[in-house]
Design a protein around this ligand. Structure first.
Ligand code: F6P
Length: 549
């Protein structure tokens, strides 16, 4: 057994789980009129209600003890102090510096990074302003009307999610597109209908070596030059956001048009850096700074609030409780907010790339479950797709529900209908429906002697753990806070599981093999040893392409 599962805190939780599992959550509500108050927190306009999880006061006490015993407080300090907590890459982890609105010095190797952060923010402000005002012109003297962000993973999902979430605040005359996929259809579908004279490409890549991004950027450059005819046009239509100046230059982007960030910004944490340029252009830099402010306030809360009142810590601990002690599978995130429909996808990368690990920080295999599979869908769509499993399936999947009290589109009483659904689903998941209720309902519907098969199929077990967030309206500041809650939740869990949440070695093998297979597809000659399935697939695809193209 590992140190973690052997610890007295872990063992105490395991023992407590056996006891509390016997008491349904609806019973816990009935026994404690203060339950909602006891298990909810407020942060600015955000209410976090976690009372529908299978917990009582002993659970939170024991979980907080686990957090202390695993050194969460010390690890938070290490992050804020710029220590190299990404131990496999020997890097600091400082997305908190990108939104450090207090401007308090944050040092990496003795050097305050805030100077560079502020310079880049000022450069972003200037650039966003000149594009928005129309001062920045394309090669033929026309204003920019379309911005295309080329990037993948964190260089795509973060800015895309934020742009989408804050659509009500964006300028309709500068449209923004996101291209990420290696599939050329992504780029070709986007370019169709765009005019090279009025299109600006933002090439976002921390490494500037990611094949998808470089390939898409090459295609975009070719498309521009076909019309512009002169290479000088590139400097009017291409900017880069990267840590790799040499590669940016080599690609042919003017270093003047490069926005810098640093190796202590993880890809999935980069929307707060220059990678957020598409956000700043669409929303204006003031709104981008509101987003930073919302996250910064959470950073302060995370660092300074006792764990039993600390929202991201509680989120992390509840995840551990469900995952490791109730053996739950996956974690669903359901924003009842159409503009947040990309949020679950963004969280997939944030959480799964960070905590999808099976060796600990000392290189030992773990003997406990780590990061869950994250998925989700904007409400109410999920209700008509996968909620069946959430209510009655054999796998327990905890859920987060998010909603705004006020919709950006208050059309008749439609938002109330959405809110009714938002409220009903968590209640149904927690409460369930027992045999007696089912029979009463069937009797009331006129069925005197209901069939037992029908009765059984209508029973809901309940006890499905879930948490809810309610906020006033989805503003830039609120969104910044929500994202930061999830970022620090992932940090909390990674720390307790003793894994490095900040590398992503698991994405490398597939990349290596793709590099090896590419020449084999080109000339149809197998160079590397493969299993018989892969070899046959290569041969078949080569043959089909030779006949079909
Ligand atoms: O391959 C995974 C990954 O490295 C992600 O972590 C990252 O967000 C994405 O690829 C893109 O990387 P880059 O910004 O260097 O192009």
């Amino acid at each position: 057994m590992s140190k973690l599962t052997e610890s007295k805190e872990w063992q105490a939780l395991a023992k407590h789980q056996k006891e509390i599992a016997k008491r349904p959550v609806r019973q816990l509500f009935a026994d404690d009129p203060q339950r909602f108050k006891r298990f909810s927190c407020r942060f600015n306009d955000i209410l976090f209600d976690y009372s529908k999880n299978h917990i009582d006061s002993t659970t939170t006490e024991l979980l907080v003890k686990l957090a202390h015993a695993t050194g969460l407080g010390e690890e938070i300090e290490a992050m804020y102090n710029g220590e190299p907590i990404n131990n496999t890459e020997n890097r600091a982890v400082l997305h908190i510096a990108l939104r450090n609105r207090s401007n308090r010095p944050i040092k990496v190797n003795g050097r305050d990074v805030m100077h560079d952060v502020n310079l880049e923010l000022a450069k972003m402000r200037h650039f966003a302003d000149v594009v928005r005002s129309g001062e920045w012109r394309g090669y033929s003297g026309k204003k920019i009307t379309n911005v295309v962000n080329i990037g993948i993973g964190g260089s795509d999902l973060g800015p895309k999610m934020v742009r989408h979430a804050l659509k009500p605040y964006t300028r309709p005359d500068i449209r923004c597109h996101f291209v990420s996929n290696m599939d050329p259809t992504d780029m070709m579908n986007t370019l169709r209908g765009l005019n090279p004279e009025t299109t600006l490409f933002l090439v976002a890549s921390k490494s500037f070596t990611t094949p998808e991004t470089i390939t898409n950027a090459e295609t975009a450059k070719e498309w521009l030059l076909k019309t512009a005819q002169e290479r000088r046009a590139v400097s009017k239509h291409f900017v880069a956001m990267s840590t790799n100046l040499a590669a940016v230059k080599q690609f042919g982007i003017d270093p003047e048009n490069m926005f810098e960030f640093w190796d202590w910004v993880g890809g999935r944490y980069s929307l707060w850096s220059a990678v957020g340029l598409s956000i700043a252009i669409g929303l204006g830099m003031d709104r981008f700074e509101e987003l930073l402010e919302g996250a910064h306030e959470v950073d302060e809360h995370f660092r300074n609030t006792p764990f039993d009142q600390n929202i991201p810590v509680l989120m992390g601990l509840l995840g551990i409780w469900n995952n490791n002690f109730f053996d739950s599978h996956g974690h669903a995130v359901m924003p009842y907010d159409q503009n947040l429909d990309i949020f679950p996808r963004f969280l997939q990368q944030l959480d799964m790339e960070s905590n999808g690990k099976s060796v600990d920080k000392n290189g030992n295999p773990v003997d406990y479950a780590t990061g869950p599979i994250i998925w989700g869908e904007a409400g109410t769509n999920g209700q008509h797709a996968f909620f069946q499993l959430l209510h009655q399936g054999t796998q327990l999947a905890p859920c987060d529900f998010l909603v705004a009290a006020v919709n950006h589109n208050e059309v008749h009483s439609r938002h109330e209908k959405l809110l009714a659904n938002f409220l009903a689903q968590p209640e149904a998941m927690m409460r369930g429906k027992d045999r007696e209720q089912v029979i009463d309902e069937l009797h009331a519907s006129g069925m005197k002697d209901p069939d037992e098969i029908l009765v059984q199929s209508k029973i809901f077990p309940g006890n499905r753990p879930n948490s809810t967030f309610v906020y006033d309206k989805l503003t830039a500041k609120t969104l910044g806070s929500l994202i930061a809650f999830y970022e620090h939740k992932v940090f909390t869990q990674g720390t307790i599981w003793n894994i490095n949440s900040f590398d992503q070695m698991g994405v490398e093998l597939g990349k290596q093999l793709a590099n090896a297979i590419l020449p084999e597809l080109k000339n149809g000659e197998i160079i590397h040893p493969h299993d018989s399935s892969t070899q046959a697939l290569i041969e078949e695809i080569v043959e089909r392409r030779q006949t079909l193209i």
